[in-house]
Design a protein around this ligand. Structure first.
Ligand code: GCB
Length: 620
């Protein structure tokens, strides 16, 4: 192809890319079942049968089409009885005689050989239900990694994509009085067009990793509700009724501790919106005073409940304002992985409390980056309670298929699910739409669409993305210019920087680095870090993986950071060592990313105190 033609086509792609990606509709999230973890439910945690199916035999026949009778794991057939009664019967599965596992948990807990299994696993259990006329039932999943195919009593009730967001399917009418059978096909395999794509820097943890519950509601119920403090000082409620009585349904918001009740009526679509001036007695939530209020919305027979704090977060020039006052986000990043020698991504309230207490009390932090995907609602509720501001993100990580419209549709749906689940979590200050994604026209368009969606779904929080930063030599100095073309779509700029770890820079040179931006916006160092094996020492302090090198790396980087005039926060990488199949140095890593300030079991490395002292001194 001629050069001019190549250039012309390239220019055309640049011009068309935004239009192409934005043309995709966002798939609506329904049901939302907001704050569904607090609704009356039957917890389906416990023993489930499981069976691996690496060739997806239970999904399709060997020539395609539907799977045959002897292969359908989700059928209600009593396989043992069928084979006993008819000697000619042939079944190549029997879920009721398959081994059992305790759920929720990733499947590496079932059998050590499953740690790196990528593919389909079937899960099944039976449970007793007591559906009453006039009530509705929903199967709600905290998270299934990565795809879920859900069947109740042999019938498909839906499928879901995305390993970290909560989803629900209505099963009213399908649920029987007495014994019921639920089957879930969980497929952890991901392709280049999935989110995250196959290569990441953390362990996959395939499985049903968060709670499965059967939620019961009245015939008409509050499906979605969002109660918050607006930036202009009003308490706002938006609620959506679902069911026969939704149109024109009466609703009452109550916050008893504030003596606040507010009556209203849904419109023809079942939506209710109201605003009232915040009562003077309102105590604003902050990391120092993490005050939460019991909030209810009553609509006919339904009572929607949550515990919510009220605060504002905004940006003015290059400042971040919490409740109108400048705040520095003194934080740390963490993965959804509990302390322990063999973590399984089991985030119980105790596990969440242990992690976040290290941030709050150990490091004197006021902020956490929950990387690189929406963490369990157990974690975000704990952040509300303990008083830690949160950066929450979806797994748009590294090499994403930015030019693929289906990938964008998945990302938008994931972002909507994340925001609709967590809009009432006061702690969340920032929605992030991507991590370390190389600049291209398709990427810029993709991420700006997500930033726009985030602002549209939630106008009370800030939007950011963890970006890469360019470096140039000017005179003798290294100059870092934060000028990613995505920045106009963001409220807060954020960059990951690993100078002195991934680059040959001398630690003593970091203080001379110059940071600039053509934008007047706050900057967060969303990552910096260095690896160290707990207990590994080096008197020369020069060797990587020694605690001394990591501690000196922190001293040098914090010194550099304090010279960035528009720096308003940081979340160094990372609180504790976490599993990563990419990290296979046989002495120092053994399958762990060692950039933790603590080992996997919580042993503090020297750098922990360096950061803790820095926060105590500079951001008390
Ligand atoms: C990064 C990634 C993070 C990695 C980290 C590292 O920039 O965002 O997921 O784990 O670097 O350790 O290299």
């Amino acid at each position: 192809m001629r050069v001019w033609m190549q250039r012309f086509l390239l220019a055309l792609t640049f011009m068309l890319a935004p239009a192409l990606v934005e043309a995709q509709p966002v798939a609506p999230v329904h049901p939302v079942l907001a704050s569904g973890d607090l609704r009356t439910n039957l917890d389906l945690s416990g023993q489930w049968h499981y069976s691996i199916d690496p060739y997806r035999d239970g999904m399709a026949g060997f020539h395609g089409g539907d799977p045959g009778l002897g292969h359908r794991r989700y059928d209600t057939t009593d396989v043992a009885a069928a084979m006993r009664d008819d000697p000619a019967a042939l079944y190549e599965y029997d879920m009721t005689r398959a081994p059992t596992a305790t759920l929720p948990s990733s499947w590496l807990t079932h059998d050590a050989t499953m740690r790196h299994y990528r593919g389909l696993v079937w899960y099944q259990r039976s449970f007793t239900a007591d559906p009453r006329p006039g009530e509705r039932q929903f199967l709600r999943f905290g998270a299934v990694n990565y795809r879920a195919h859900v069947y109740l009593n042999g019938k498909s009730v839906g499928a879901h994509e995305g390993g970290f967001t909560t989803f629900a399917f209505e099963v009213t009418g399908l649920l029987k009085p007495g014994a019921n059978q639920i089957t879930v096909g969980v497929d952890s395999d991901r392709s280049d067009t999935d989110l995250p794509p196959p290569v990441t820097d953390w362990e996959t943890y395939g499985g049903i990793t968060r709670a499965v519950t059967l939620v019961t509601t009245p015939a008409t119920y509050v499906d979605d509700a969002w109660v918050r403090l607006t930036r202009d000082g009003r308490i706002a409620v938006d609620a959506v009724l679902d069911g026969k009585g939704a149109a024109g349904g009466a609703l009452t918001l109550a916050i008893p501790a504030l003596g606040l009740t507010l009556d209203g009526k849904a419109d023809a679509a079942g939506h209710w919106t109201a605003r009232v001036p915040a009562p003077v007695a309102l105590e604003r939530w902050s990391p120092d005073t993490p005050r939460l209020y019991d909030v209810t919305i009553t609509a006919g027979a339904d009572v929607w409940k949550d515990r919510i704090g009220f605060r504002t977060i905004a940006v003015e020039g290059d400042q971040i304002l919490l409740n109108g006052k400048p705040v520095f986000l003194a934080g740390i990043a963490l993965h959804e992985e509990e302390f322990g020698a063999n973590p399984t991504r089991a985030i119980t309230p105790q596990a969440a409390r242990a992690l976040l207490t290290e941030v709050k009390q150990g490091l004197h932090g006021n902020y956490v980056r929950l990387a690189h995907y929406p963490h369990s609602e157990v974690m975000t509720r704990m952040a509300d309670e303990l008083g830690l501001l949160v950066w929450s993100e979806i797994p748009i990580y590294w090499r994403v298929a930015f030019d693929n419209p289906q990938t964008l549709a998945t990302a938008r749906h994931m972002l909507a699910e994340e925001i609709l689940r967590d809009r009432n979590r006061t702690a969340i200050a920032i929605w992030s739409v991507g991590n370390e994604t190389p600049v291209s026209a398709a990427r810029n368009a993709f991420l700006s669409t997500l930033a726009k969606d985030a602002h549209a779904l939630d106008d009370t929080r800030l939007v950011s993305a963890a970006l890469l930063v360019g470096r140039k030599q000017e005179g003798g100095a290294s100059v870092f210019t934060v000028d990613d073309p995505l920045i106009p779509a963001l409220d807060v700029m954020a960059v990951n920087a690993y100078n002195g770890w991934y680059t040959p820079d001398k630690l003593s040179d970091l203080a001379s680095f110059v940071w600039r931006s053509p934008y007047e916006k706050p900057l967060i160092l969303s990552e910096f870090g260095a690896g160290a094996l707990a207990g590994e020492h080096d008197a020369t302090r020069a060797h990587k993986f020694s605690e001394e090198f990591q501690a000196d790396y922190y001293r040098a980087t914090l010194d550099m950071a304090s010279r960035i005039p528009f720096l308003r926060g940081m979340s160094p990488w990372v609180l504790k060592d976490f599993r990563s199949p990419r990290r296979q140095h046989p002495v120092y890593q053994q399958g762990w990313n060692r950039k933790g300030l603590e080992s996997e079991t919580g042993a503090r490395k020297q750098a922990f105190d360096v950061l803790a002292d820095y926060y105590a001194q500079h951001h008390p």
